[in-house]
Ligand binder design. Structure first.
Ligand SMILES: NC(=O)c1ccc[n+]([C@@H]2O[C@H](COP(=O)([O-])OP(=O)(O)OC[C@H]3O[C@@H](n4cnc5c(N)ncnc54)[C@H](O)[C@@H]3O)[C@@H](O)[C@H]2O)c1
Ligand SMILES: [Zn+2]
Length: 376
């Protein structure tokens, strides 16, 4: 992600079509019909009961012949190989992902291997995975493995906000954790190449700013609406910020320290129960510390995160007694050669990152002490 070739072209990439709205799954045939008729549907058992049967019902009415695969839960090379072999055997003509970020990343990688188009139907707004032309792969043990890149973004991304509104609000909050990092990271990536291999365009930075604006404006309101399973304008705006704006923004804007620190944090086993966006939220506070932002600015982000129950301290992350050796390991992994932390226009080393992680926790604790914030 460093810019060794001194790239000078600006580059922006995106999925071909993005659709979002209540009961959008009912109209899936209209948008997926152009991709094929015999898709491989990847979803886990939980999602099958929530939206799978409904989707298959809608598609079968339009004569689709669907082969369903039960996703095993981890976006790993092993899982991709297993599913791709079934896709080959069944001569599937496109791939559908129905579920969260791990299902989506697996489906994108399977589709790329089979040279097929992929349609992404997220059932939560928990990450900005749906729109990008990359997947994040993990080891079967859950530790970060690598990013893998594709020539094309998904052909269709279709978000049913009725389904999303019925998911636990914690997922929407995690999506906001992922999305709040987007502008913080991209604004420090002005001189590095983005995931498409070019420089930021004007529209990529505008999208990142808009994403952040929506979260500060509607994030808390959308979180509460989600708890009531209500589809409201605020919820629609935040789902779009988490899914479309954050997705386009990070891919064509660039990632930096927040995500590198998230990737490092996956080495701590006690954090495996947390969602991606929850760890990214904490990584965002770490990056703001590295950036040297004023306390008033740091407070603004911490206040936002606490308003939607995102973790800003070790205690809220569930690791109150984490050891310095473990945090140093996180810092070392965040500074791996291939990491996005090197996009930052700052002097970076393991000591600075280790210090930023400790200081982020201290800033979160200080904010809570000063304001008397209490978890509901
Ligand atoms: N490729 C990218 O550009 C990109 C970007 C951001 C994140 N990611 C990746 O996304 C992954 C995280 O995704 P995630 O946070 O969605 O976790 P996840 O995919 O593990 O999903 C978490 C759980 O949510 C359940 N679920 C899905 N929809 C539901 C619903 N409507 N109601 C109730 N439960 C539901 C699933 O069954 C699953 O058990 C990470 O692996 C991360 O690296 C990738
Ligand atoms: Zn992310």
């Amino acid at each position: 992600m460093v810019n060794p070739n001194k790239v000078t072209e600006r580059l922006f990439q995106s999925p071909s079509k993005y659709i979002q709205g209540p009961y959008a799954i009912h109209n899936a045939a209209k948008y997926l019909g152009k991709l094929g008729k015999t898709p491989l549907l990847i979803c886990d058992e939980i999602v099958w009961r929530i939206a799978g049967e409904e989707l298959v019902g809608a598609l079968e009415k339009s004569d689709f012949k669907i082969h369903r695969i039960v996703f095993g839960g981890e976006a790993s090379r092993e899982e991709v190989d297993r599913i791709a072999q079934i896709g080959r055997d069944k001569s599937s003509d496109f791939v559908i992902a129905l579920g969260g970020g791990k299902t989506i990343d697996t489906a994108k990688t399977v589709a790329d291997g089979l040279a097929l188009q992929v349609a992404i139907l997220p059932t939560t707004a928990s990450t900005d995975a749906p729109c990008s032309a990359l997947s994040v792969l993990y080891r079967p043990s859950g530790e970060f493995h690598c990013y893998t890149f594709f020539d094309k973004n998904p052909s269709v991304v279709l978000v049913d906000t009725t389904v999303v509104s019925k998911a636990p609000a914690r997922f929407l909050a995690a999506g906001m954790g992922d999305a709040i990092a987007t502008n913080v990271e991209a604004r420090r990536c002005k001189n590095s190449t983005n995931f498409g291999g070019g420089l930021q365009t004007e529209v990529s930075s505008a999208i990142c700013e808009k994403c952040e604006e929506i979260l500060f404006k509607y994030g808390k309101q959308a979180y509460e609406a989600n708890k009531a399973h209500a589809v409201t304008p605020a919820l629609e705006a935040v789902v779009e910020a988490n899914t479309l704006l954050s997705g386009l923004g990070f891919e064509s804007g660039g990632l930096a320290a927040a995500h590198a620190i998230h990737n490092g944090m996956t080495a701590i086993e006690e954090l495996h129960g947390l969602l991606h966006g929850e760890k990214v939220a904490f990584g965002t506070i770490c990056q703001l510390v590295l950036d040297g932002v004023p306390t008033s600015e740091l407070d603004r982000y911490i206040e936002f995160m606490l308003s939607v129950d995102l973790p800003v301290t070790f205690e809220l992350l569930g690791i109150p007694h984490v050891k310095d050796e473990e945090l140093r390991r996180v810092a070392e992994l965040s500074c791996a050669e291939s990491e996005t932390i090197w996009n930052l226009d700052l002097v970076i080393n393991v000591d600075f990152v280790f210090g930023a992680i400790k200081a982020a926790d201290a800033a979160g604790r200080d904010y809570i002490r000063r304001t008397g914030w209490k978890k509901n």
